[in-house]
Design a protein around this ligand. Structure first.
Ligand code: HPA
Length: 271
């Protein structure tokens, strides 16, 4: 895996000469965020030797390098999901690569179902912690000593400092920010109502199919992490409506403008 990472790294470095400070992963609804920043360079995932390429329709796959305000960023426009069939070590490879390119901080975003009964579609939830019982750890396998220790601490995956920054930025944007625990399941099916009741009894507030594995890999290599979920729908069993990707996409698109404002504010205040 380390060899594969090094191959990807040299493939990127051959084309791109840019040192990011912040890494950003864009979830549903934020796909075009990168089009609004000062772009310096881009690299399609398909151009990178050995890189896992996403198969989901509508998910673009490329790194965008540029500036949000004064902050040099690398943006993952489109992520790799476990449900596409990649091993977890490939799912987190892009995250690790952004760390190896020099990013010290990571902002993760996603679309998620609301498990907490007080959440409404369109709310934003700052991730305060996560549960990954439902998915294999990306750290399983020989430990990559060059990245981090065999048994990394996960008692503060989402940095308390950055949580403070996110709270302030949301207040500045006039956003009524929710906070809570994100649980990652494999997907690709949405959950059953029984699974959502289980997740709630575990202490989860939102559910999705990404993010926690990336946060874990990033913490393993010492990045400072924060995350925000856009609550696009009530989780299974909480409404009479059937869940579908269209509803998720529509809610994400509806609140995309304020999500982008929030992300910009956070990135410019993260340093
Ligand atoms: N479940 C899992 N993933 C999701 C959901 C959901 O309800 N909404 C958006 N992503």
């Amino acid at each position: 895996m380390y060899q594969k990472l090094m191959t990807c790294l040299s493939s990127v470095k051959q084309k791109i000469d840019f040192k990011p400070e912040v890494a950003l992963v864009l979830g549903s609804g934020l796909g075009d965020y990168a089009d609004g920043i000062k772009v310096e360079d881009t690299m399609e995932y398909a151009e990178i030797d050995g890189f896992p390429v996403s198969t989901v329709k509508g998910h673009k796959g490329r790194f965008v390098f540029g500036y949000v305000g004064e902050t040099p960023v690398v943006i993952m426009q489109g992520r790799v999901h476990y449900y596409e069939g990649y091993p977890m070590s490939d799912v987190v490879l892009p995250t690790r690569l952004m760390g190896l390119l020099g990013a010290k901080k990571l902002l993760l975003t996603n679309a998620a179902g609301g498990v907490n009964e007080t959440f409404k579609p369109g709310d934003f939830m700052m991730i305060t912690d996560h549960i990954t019982i439902g998915v294999p750890s990306p750290l399983i396998g020989p430990n990559i000593e060059e990245l981090g220790t065999r048994f990394p601490d996960m008692s503060e995956v989402y940095s308390n400092r950055l949580q403070g920054v996110v709270r302030e930025c949301a207040a500045d944007c006039g956003i009524d920010l929710k906070e809570g625990v994100y649980v990652q399941f494999t997907g690709p099916s949405y959950e059953t109502p029984a699974e959502i009741r289980l997740a709630r009894s575990w202490g989860a507030d939102a559910v999705g199919m990404s993010t926690a594995c990336e946060a874990m890999a990033a913490r393993h290599m010492g990045l400072e992490v924060c995350g925000i979920s856009c609550i696009t729908n009530l989780a299974a069993g909480l409404s009479r409506q059937e869940l579908n990707h269209k509803e998720v996409q529509e809610t994400a698109d509806r609140v995309a403008k304020s999500f982008k404002e929030l992300v910009t504010k956070i990135v410019t205040n993260m340093a």
